[in-house]
Design a protein around this ligand. Structure first.
Ligand SMILES: [Zn+2]
Length: 440
């Protein structure tokens, strides 16, 4: 029923936008714990997996109690899929429905009112996610509240680029808001034509696609004046952020969301804040200075497939200066990348030196400021491949000197460096500028 759907989207919108006005961190944490206690009691009632594992949930929850609960990850979630979800959906059936929909691309994978989603990954390692109708509506309302530049009453034309799983939803209207979906696998020329016709007020796309659109604008082949630009789904590298901001002459907004949850969004100042009104995020520190962490997330809104102390493999860095918006939600400097993309070098005394993606970025950007595009890959034997555009002898020399002196200072064995011209990203593939290949 459409009216029911719109009503529940509106409810979530109004709640997020107007009613969650805690001023202090303390008030926020109290709110979280109250919601969490209620949520955990629900989960224990309907999920066999948690019935067995979460005993004695106190009336008043605290972080100390939460941290005694077991953590899960994608593997555990998939191994216990049938017992863990609260909708009685079996893994086999869900996979079957999802894969069939993906192949035919003409229907949305659903069992009863529950949407089935597949996360990317190698064939044996794909995650299966389920979301109820109610959860989908709440998600839509929350995302609108956090991202619409004005109110829900203003007219907006949103161009949304995503890897489409189906041919449905080419265009959808929700009141005064029109959504137009663009399939990332389509030709860029087709996108540009459609953008010309639609003249969107809000652009939502992964940074690699946003950059391509910006290049058309930069070259005068496309005229666009969106009110808001939002990047999703890929790490926003400073080199792309700066370029897109310069071309459109405005702040770039970001949404950090994955199949596991809607985790962060930018405020009007462009600062990413964790969505602590719907998730509790524990910080697992991964550097000595306690600047970088991997999030452990507990979503207190998701009931169909509970996400409780779910370990994510991402690297987030804390923003130390307070944000001008005054939100008590934790501010994030950047989403640096995946833990899998931390580089490792052998040290001369037989140890191993981890180098975070941000350092690798700075090696390139600071020693070759004229670089427009780059990619650095570390291979299993710790060799580095460095792709740059443009690529001159002088740039090679600068980058090589920088890397060598940095690693020498850390007493590391110097790897072989291989330079080549920048290879454009394959269509439909996520852009990673810093990447490690192969497991160690
Ligand atoms: Zn802020």
């Amino acid at each position: 029923m459409l009216w029911l759907r719109i009503l529940s989207i509106l409810l979530a919108y109004v709640k997020t936008k107007y009613f969650l006005k805690y001023r202090t961190r303390d008030q926020l944490e109290k709110y979280q714990m109250k919601r969490l206690a209620k949520h955990l009691r629900y989960v224990c009632k309907y999920s066999t997996f948690y019935q067995e594992r979460l005993k004695n949930i106190p009336l008043t929850m605290t972080m100390d109690v939460l941290t005694t609960f077991p953590t899960i990850d994608k593997e555990i979630m998939m191994d216990h899929f049938d017992d863990l979800n609260t909708m009685g959906i079996g893994k086999e059936e869900a996979f079957h429905v999802a894969l069939e929909a993906e192949e035919s691309r003409d229907f949305e994978p659903m069992i009863n009112d529950v949407t089935i989603g597949l996360s990317s990954g190698t064939s044996g390692n794909r995650g299966l996610f389920i979301v109820s109708e109610k959860e989908r509506n709440a998600w839509a309302g929350t995302i609108l509240a956090k991202l619409l530049p004005q109110s829900i009453r203003s007219r907006e034309v949103i161009a949304f680029f995503l890897r489409a799983n189906s041919n449905l939803y080419q265009s959808v209207s929700e009141g005064r808001i029109q959504f137009h979906f663009f399939d990332l696998l389509e030709e860029i020329k087709t996108h540009i034509q459609r953008l010309k016709q639609l003249n969107p007020t809000i652009l939502v796309a992964p940074p690699s696609m946003m950059r391509m659109i910006a290049e058309y604008v930069d070259q005068g082949e496309l005229v666009l004046q969106p009110k808001k630009i939002i990047t999703v789904a890929e790490v926003l590298d400073p080199i792309d952020k700066n370029y897109i901001e310069k071309v459109f002459n405005q702040i770039i907004h970001q949404v950090y969301q994955c199949t596991e949850g809607f985790l962060a969004a930018t405020c009007k100042y462009g600062t990413l804040h964790l969505n602590e009104d719907i998730v509790v995020i524990e910080k697992e520190w991964i550097d000595e200075k306690k600047k970088r962490f991997s999030p452990i997330i507990t979503d207190f809104e998701r009931k169909a497939q509970p996400i409780i102390r779910y370990r994510l493999n991402d690297i987030l860095t804390i923003k130390e200066d307070p944000c001008l918006c005054g939100s008590p939600h934790q501010a994030i400097e950047q989403i640096e990348g995946r833990c899998d993309d931390i580089f490792y070098f052998n040290t001369n005394d037989g140890g191993s030196l981890p180098i975070f993606p941000d350092f690798v970025r700075r090696w390139i950007i600071t020693s070759a400021p004229e670089v427009r595009e780059y990619r650095v890959i570390q291979y299993q034997d710790s060799q580095l491949e460095i792709q740059m555009e443009p690529l001159t002898e002088h740039m090679k020399e600068q980058v090589e000197n920088r890397i060598q002196s940095f690693l020498k200072e850390k007493n590391s064995v110097i790897p072989t460096l291989r330079f080549s011209k920048y290879q454009p990203n394959e269509k439909g593939r996520k852009l990673k500028r810093v990447e490690r290949h192969g497991a160690f």
